[in-house]
Design a protein around this ligand. Structure first.
Ligand code: PLP
Length: 419
């Protein structure tokens, strides 16, 4: 649904692209009910809408798979926050990816960053090929993109930051080359949310989200979204959205829209917490390396400064713990505030071991080539208090790394343990 040119898009204190993020988050796609004055939209559960004559619905709706008031409103809000003309909502982030890949003709070729979301990797390697769409992965997109482009290359897939190693891609650099060949650039912006990064402003053609994560933000909705400016892309993807039917429910749209209204507050807090934790991890003798784009030591920190709001690093980080896979698992069991669970972007903090959980399906050599070692721990920082979170991380590190060594009798008399 388009944000700008829709007749019903104007709520009483009309937000427009001149407004700042928080104002848009609260007001975009949130009209007062014209009949009751309700400030919060009703949940429109009706699957069908009355027609006065054949082919002439009372309003703009006919059937809820094709469009629904709550979905429309949510899509308007997403379009506003991603600086896009159009947005479409899907039943999951994965359905969003599937719809985009399905829009490619048989025989098409895609170039993707290597360490994509596990489910995206699965779709690219196991499902796309059944439609005769081939995907080439590269860990160094900016360097080799020109060489990887073939005559049949139609799409470039970027995750920045990538999952779970938090590598960044210079979107503008890749888009400039892609556009010389008429290739569309997709950026999965799930890890940062539209508050911290707007890929379309850096030359991307389509931005996608697992709304399940930061946008909904409360770990109680599975949903996805795509936003873009091209009416051609809109025609293709909205046709498929209806034809494939991978649409979110009215209730989920309503919930995700409620979550989105506080995205700026949550994203700021999560980013602040992640920064503090990243510094504590970096200073710890029990940690081999920290991947966090907000750290000056991050290999792509310059890209963060260029692409992210105020150079923020976001709420996600990962780190390699000393003591191998066992220590990584123990760490995740020893945290008291962080819950051991997959997923991310909720108000509550989570930890997981990608090699055994989210990325377990990727063959070891490929996984390790992308930096997903057995000792890697991924952390999703929630919006609890930074001091509590940092203390929790430090105590869990002690228990995961130091205590087992003492038990194994390698501790020295002074309590210091060789790392
Ligand atoms: C979770 C996730 C997805 C998939 O989204 P679902 O809503 O779980 O289908 C895609 N990309 C990234 C980066 C994710 O974190």
């Amino acid at each position: 649904m388009t944000f700008a040119d829709h007749p019903l898009q104007t709520p009483p204190r009309a937000p427009s692209p001149v407004h700042k993020f928080g104002t848009l988050a609260v007001h975009a796609g949130s009209p007062h009910d014209p009949v009751t004055g309700a400030v919060i939209e009703a949940i429109s559960l009706s699957t069908t809408f009355a027609q006065t004559r054949v082919g002439q619905p009372v309003g703009e709706y006919e059937y809820s798979r094709s469009s629904n008031p709550n979905r429309d409103n949510f899509e308007r809000a997403i379009a506003a926050l991603e600086h896009a003309r159009y947005a479409l909502a899907f039943s999951s982030g994965s359905a969003t990816t599937a719809n985009i890949l399905q829009s490619l003709a048989a025989g098409s070729h895609v170039v993707s960053v290597s360490d994509v979301y596990g489910g995206t990797h699965r779709y690219f390697t196991k499902v796309a090929k059944t439609h005769d769409v081939q995907v080439t992965f590269t860990p160094t997109m900016e360097i080799d993109i020109a060489e990887l482009i073939r005559p049949e290359t139609k799409l470039i897939w970027i995750e920045s930051p990538s999952n779970p190693t938090l590598s960044l891609v210079d979107i503008r650099k890749v888009a400039t080359i892609a556009h010389q060949h008429g290739i569309l650039v997709v950026v999965d912006n799930t890890f940062l949310s539209p508050y911290i990064q707007n890929p379309l402003d850096h030359g991307a053609d389509i931005v996608v989200h697992s709304v399940t994560k930061y946008i909904n933000g409360h770990s109680d909705v599975v949903m996805g979204a795509a936003a873009f400016n091209s009416s051609e892309v809109y025609d293709k993807l909205s046709f498929l959205q209806n034809a494939l039917g991978a649409v979110p429910s009215a209730f989920d749209c309503w919930l995700a829209h409620r979550g989105l209204k506080t995205l700026h507050l949550r994203a700021r807090e999560a980013s602040k917490n992640a920064t503090e934790i990243a510094h504590a991890l970096e200073a710890s003798p029990h940690v081999i390396a920290v991947n966090y784009p907000g750290l000056a030591s991050h290999k792509h920190h310059a890209v963060a400064l260029k692409q992210h709001r105020d150079g923020m690093g976001g709420g996600m980080l990962s780190f390699r713990i000393r003591g191998g896979h066992e220590a990584a698992e123990r760490f995740c069991q020893e945290t008291k505030i962080f819950t051991l669970a997959e997923s991310l972007g909720g108000v509550e903090s989570l930890v997981e071991v990608p090699s055994a959980m989210t990325h377990g399906g990727i063959p070891r050599e490929q996984r390790e080539a992308a930096g997903v070692w057995d000792d890697l721990v991924r952390v999703s920082c929630g919006i609890e208090d930074a001091e509590d979170l940092t203390k929790d991380v430090l105590q869990a590190l002690e228990k995961a790394v130091v205590v087992p060594k003492i038990k194994n009798g390698v501790a020295k008399g002074n309590g210091h343990v060789e790392a």
